[in-house]
Ligand binder design. Structure first.
Ligand code: ADP
Ligand code: MG
Length: 363
């Protein structure tokens, strides 16, 4: 007979398991809570992500959340890569508490790292983002598009002598084949789709079907952020973030990168026109690997500026896409803010910029 003892954390959640014991809460996203836990049979650390389905949710919202959760575990089960957090198990308690068990990453998110310590050294930025690119190459090979690549969904951990990146949160990911086979409009009506405006590709914000190129564009934005410590696309309002993403003007590259060969690669990655953008993450990885990042050095202090940081995954409901892509709304700051407030299920996050390190090119 198995005797299951329940601690306070488990009692609060309603989690009953004779396989795992919760240790402490380590993460809270808009869709779930994440706990460090022990797998009792092996005494290994694991991370358990619980789906928060509040009793206030109406049936439609509950259904969307559950679909998102199932989706994340389905996509993760296809991925086996050292830089993608591994799914180990999944389960359900009392029919309403769903959970997924992942390998535990003992580290910090890239978001927290950048907020606490500013820009990464160029060689670290290249190492971390090279691993993220390799992770995306694997996901794309398996037909999986992440769609929510951002610093909060990348964890950094030091194991052995070096830093390892782990990509997590495939909650709004999708399958390439599925996008091809189904009418995309009907998918957008039933799923959480939009992503995070500062970390989205223009076509994603226009509500067009995602392709692997969507992830590649955002990878470029996050790489710039690693080098400068500042989001590559930010603004004083959500409207200006949308405007910068959707306008035809190029994403500004840090002046300090001018003349370095990374600029040419970033231009191809950050092409606003998806049709003209670099499309193969594996090819890009090999090209990226050939670049010499030791020639990027120096520091540049940017004047403090209050940024609207849209580090929130937007949740789209039927009819919302049309509102968001309406150009007139995009130019109307208050309307966009209101739309945003009604769409996002996460707390808006304002961040004060300034004092970030940047790097001058000598090569
Ligand atoms: N496997 C893991 N190991 C360690 N921490 C994790 C792990 N998975 C998630 N976290 C923490 O929990 C946070 C939220 O997880 P995430 O999967 O991004 O959930 P959400 O879908 O709610 O954004 C992450 O930003 C991270 O801090
Ligand atoms: Mg997340």
């Amino acid at each position: 007979m198995t005797i299951t003892t329940i601690n306070t954390l488990e009692a609060d959640l309603g989690f009953v398991s004779d396989a795992y014991r919760l240790v402490r809460k380590i993460g809270q996203g808009g869709f779930g809570q994440v706990y460090l836990a022990k797998q009792l049979n092996t005494n290994q650390d694991v991370a358990i992500k619980f789906l928060s389905v509040s009793s206030d949710f109406d049936e439609a919202k509950k259904k969307r959340y559950i679909e998102r959760f199932d989706r994340e575990t389905l996509l993760c089960s296809r991925l086996q890569h050292p830089n993608i957090v591994r799914l180990l198990d999944k389960g359900c308690c009392h029919d309403n508490l769903l959970y997924a068990v992942f390998e535990y990453v003992d580290g910090k998110t890239l978001k927290d790292t950048l907020a606490e310590s500013g820009a990464l050294l160029p060689l670290d930025a290249a190492a971390v983002m090279g691993q993220v690119l390799d992770a995306l190459a694997h996901a794309h090979e398996q037909g999986v598009i992440h769609r929510d690549v951002k610093p909060a969904n990348i964890m950094l951990t030091k194991v052995g002598a070096k830093i390892h990146a782990k990509v997590l949160d495939f909650g709004i990911g999708t399958l390439v084949n599925e996008v091809r086979q189904l009418d995309y409009k009907s998918i957008t009506l039933t799923r959480e789709t939009l992503g995070t405006p500062s970390y989205s590709a223009p076509e994603q914000l226009r509500g067009e079907p995602p392709t692997p190129k969507t992830d590649i564009y955002v990878w470029g934005l996050v790489f710039i952020e690693c080098l400068t410590g500042q989001a590559a696309i930010s603004g004083t309002s959500l409207a200006s973030v949308f405007h910068k993403q959707l306008s035809e003007s190029n994403v500004p590259l840090p002046a300090s990168l001018a003349g370095h060969s990374i600029s040419a690669l970033l231009r191809r990655v950050l092409n606003k026109k998806a049709g003209e953008r670099a499309s193969d993450a594996a090819e890009l990885y090999h090209e990226f690997h050939q670049l010499n990042f030791s020639t990027l050095v120096g520091e540049l202090n940017q004047p403090p500026e209050r940024h609207f940081s849209t580090d929130n995954t937007l949740v789209v409901q039927p009819g919302d896409n049309e509102t968001l892509i309406n150009e007139t709304l995009i130019n109307d700051s208050s309307a966009v803010q209101a739309t945003y407030a009604s769409l996002t299920e996460r707390k808006a996050n304002y961040r004060t910029g300034g004092g970030a390190k940047c790097y001058c090119s000598r090569g």
